[in-house]
Ligand binder design. Sequence first.
Ligand SMILES: [Zn+2]
Ligand SMILES: [Zn+2]
Length: 268
Amino acid sequence: MYGGNTTCVEIRGDDGHLVILDAGTGIRELGRSLVADSQGRPISGDVFFSHAHWDHIQGLPFFTPAFQAGNHFRLYGAPALLTSLEVVLRQQMSPVVFPVAFDALHARMEFRELAGHRWSENGMDVRAIGVRHPGGALGFRLSPSGAADRSVVFIPDNELDRFGDEAPGAPTRDELVRFAHGAKVLIHDAMYTGAEYMGHRGWGHSSYRDAVEFAIAAEVETLVLFHHEPERTDEALAGQLALCHQMVAERRGTVRVVAASEGMEIGL
Ligand SMILES: [Zn+2]
Ligand SMILES: [Zn+2]
């Protein structure tokens, strides 16, 4: 029911401008739907990478629009991570592991540095923040230009517990709360149960409880539990979701909590 693909989120601006957040295996299905919807017209968009861990890049070689001439994608990474991002994206299409080389893709694939921590382009305001994840990773906040009340915050990999402080350049929890504050939708790492988390401190991921507490503190409207533990069954995930609802009720919170599922759509 929830699906097993790795991280990929599609965002559409009011004018239809396409933004893709991460290129995990979910980008394969996205590619299919983009091709079907385009009816032969060129496809272009911005792809923002939170980081270059495998589960966030491994779908790109299976992204059909990248194989079609006339399409254009701008691949954005943090300046500190961009070189390694480009190297890793090229290496995952090296001849030993993949039959088509990166340079043989027919679409124009353009690597670009993120312009600082806040910029506006293509009718969208975008902000980025370093988060608490081994090796470094980014979170993003996007809204239609001038409509900050319609923000979506995307923090796929982040350790909210104090052990996350040990990540390089880790922001404080308060800084993260301010970054996400008032968002309409917060998509946040919720990988572990409390017990599982105790065995994975320092791995750069959060528990359900920490994600819900964070969403309440940041006063967001909807929390999307994200980056599910790969072994979690649908039943177990539904059980954890129910516990999250119970927790919100106990705190007298107003946040709506849902668990990310394949193809889920949310209006802003
Ligand atoms: Zn990661
Ligand atoms: Zn990840």
